[in-house]
Write a protein that binds this ligand. Sequence first.
Ligand code: SAJ
Length: 431
Amino acid sequence: MTPDHGLKVVVVGLGYIGLPTAAIIARTGASVLGVDVTQSVVDTVNSGKVHIEEVDLDGLVSGVVARGALRASVQIEPADVFVIAVPTPFADDHAPNIGYVLQAATNIATVLKAGDTVILESTSPVGTTEKVRDLLAQLRPDLKVPGKTSEGADIAIAYCPERVLPGRILVELIDNDRVIGGVTPRCARKALAFYRRFVRGACVTTTARSAEMTKLTENAFRDVNIAFANELSRVADTMDVDVWEVIRLANRHPRVNILSPGPGVGGHCIAVDPWFLVHADRANTPLIRTAREVNDAKVDYVIDRAIAMVEAHAGPVACLGLAFKANIDDFRESPALAVAQALATRFGERVRIVEPYVDQLPAAFDGTGVQLIDIDTAIETCPMMIVLVDHEIFKSVPLDERVDKIVYDTRGIWPDQPRIKAPPVPLRLAS
Ligand code: SAJ
């Protein structure tokens, strides 16, 4: 939390991680430039506004922009520290695409000088930071890069993954421990000094490769554990047992802590990152790969069950939630969205959607006849309900307002709701 008014920082990528990170660094007194390829994002930030929804981010950004501590541009400028926070998507065959990272490094190379630090935060396959180092060495032969010189290097290069949870980003950016992997130990120490400016959690140093694998491991761990819960939910349906009760009871064991089943795993991290490990070593990752497939197959299972329910009854059905998880407006890779779309395609105007985080439905619903309604209207008009997201507002609906409804609760938010018997649905894995 040390203020340093002389420090210049460039954050490349003003998305869900880059913008909050840039704003928090700016609050420490550093002079921060956020660089993004999208002009409208740059304009929005420069006007003190935000293009993403995240708790307290709007106030923070408007404050640091008003003070001149944070600016945005499509053009990179010289700085002391460069933080890369760009997307690393994957292709159809799950091969990671580090093109945006290498493009960011190419831009940084144009302004890099001796004494600078380059830190990669994007979730990346193991070895990416070394590729960034090799690219910088190739583009800037005048600079001595770490690990390629027996003398002291001119620049430091490190990998420090973000680990924040959407909805708690500003808190977790400061409070979470950070794993800082240097291309050399000296690089790690240099990056450590930077993170100590704004991180209250412990900052632990290691190699870049270990830090890269640590990030992938964290999200694969969560994916595998959610897959276990999702698998249990299917078994419990077959046995006609309440999976939520079973999990609650099992979790009373001191060494058991089962996560929650749901309609599948969404978001841009947990549904993506495990593939980076699988792609790197397919022969040795049957568990991680199967977990991914189990979680993907859960979406199809929920669709099949929902279709069977809607076909068996008359009247409209309310889909509660479209977001990929509770209390956020983020629809990326959302299983809830996939289920609602499948129902919209099949049942058209019988489908109603309740999503308190939007004013209008996504374009995917154009022409389907599906309406966006509020929860009160859903309770008044829909005899069927499918709970797809555990938003707080849904949780607070008392039993007497829904006791007569036919409910498929994929999130277990209404434990007192009479359960409907599940039709048998076969498991279909991708491989
Ligand atoms: N989910 C379940 N059951 C659960 C927990 C989650 O079905 O018990 C579902 C959610 O509904 C959602 C998906 O999994 O669809 C992912 O949600 P999440 O809250 O588990 O994770 P993310 O994607 O919001 O954030 C994760 C976090 N990683 C871990 O918890 C290991 C976060 O700390 C990372 O920074 C983030 O990925 C990232 O950027 O990699």
